[in-house]
Ligand binder design. Structure first.
Ligand code: ATP
Length: 254
């Protein structure tokens, strides 16, 4: 198994945000998690990526129990994520944002940084090279020197993707990657997500845009009140009565 959760449960006081979720993420595929507001989707991501730890149950990555690992250790295993709103430095350029973001995730310690050691300089150079590479990958080569405040929402989303990709992840967790952008931009970003999966990066995403998910996902899990109520291909999910009742409200084309 690649990534798997077993009986995963998270309680916040009296509220069970995730309740006994068994799910396995398929390697190299687009895996989607859907469900109504408050269903537990972000909490599920947070449990896998070490933002929160499970109340019970486990997360396994390539057979290893990572349930209790801190977020930075999980990132080092090759799991990388975006948040619903990625905080970019609006006054810095696209390139600077990716370099700084990547720098925060690489190895030099405070001593290296203060005394500008050889290792620090080498790592700095590597970061710059990597930043240019990932910016090219996400289609932003032309605007690397633009200040973030002056780029479009869709371009900002691409910067967030570049930040995620800079750590060479095996699996990326995208939390509502297309929130707040129009259908044309959503389509373009979907193509980028598909490219990532085709090139071997496993994608796991949370989305509310049903049409997009039904078109692109290989596998979908539906959460409702913290519980998995269905999983399977888009076709299977679309025709699942419980999903239609609980989530889609009878309008699967929304
Ligand atoms: N840190 C926290 N402390 C207390 N309750 C929390 C915390 N995080 C989430 N919750 C609660 O857990 C439940 C699931 O929230 P979560 O954000 O995971 O849902 P979601 O499916 O991602 O929702 P949305 O689609 O609105 O982002 C909600 O009732 C939420 O209020």
């Amino acid at each position: 198994m690649f990534l798997e959760t077993s009986n995963l449960t998270k309680k916040f006081g009296g509220l069970t945000a995730i309740n006994g979720v068994d799910f396995s993420v398929d390697k190299g595929k687009i895996n989607a998690i859907i469900g109504p507001n408050g269903a537990g989707k972000s909490t599920y991501f947070n449990l896998i990526t070490g933002v929160h730890h499970p109340s019970s149950g486990k997360v396994f990555f390539k057979g290893r129990d990572i349930s209790t690992f801190p977020a930075n250790k999980i990132a080092k295993q090759g799991l990388s994520r975006t948040f619903q709103t990625t905080n970019l430095f609006e006054k810095a350029t696209v390139f600077e944002n990716v370099v700084v973001g990547h720098r925060l995730r690489t190895k030099s310690n405070l001593f290296d940084a203060v005394f500008r050691t050889k290792r620090e300089k080498e790592e700095g150079e590597k970061c710059k090279e990597k930043a240019l590479k990932v910016l090219e990958y996400v289609g932003l080569s032309e605007i690397t020197d633009m200040v973030v405040a002056n780029i479009s929402q869709e371009e900002k989303k691409r910067v967030a993707f570049a930040l995620t990709l800079a750590t060479d992840p095996e699996i990326v967790f995208l939390d509502e990657p297309t929130a707040g952008i129009n259908p044309d931009e959503t389509e373009k970003l979907s193509i980028l997500i598909e490219k990532m999966a085709h090139e071997g990066i496993t994608v796991c995403l949370i989305e509310h845009k049903m049409r997009m998910i039904m078109n692109m996902a290989d596998k979908i899990m539906v959460l409702d009140y913290g519980e998995k109520i269905a999983e399977g291909t888009p076709e299977k999910i679309k025709s699942n009565d419980e999903v239609i009742e609980a989530y889609l409200g009878g309008d699967a084309s929304a």
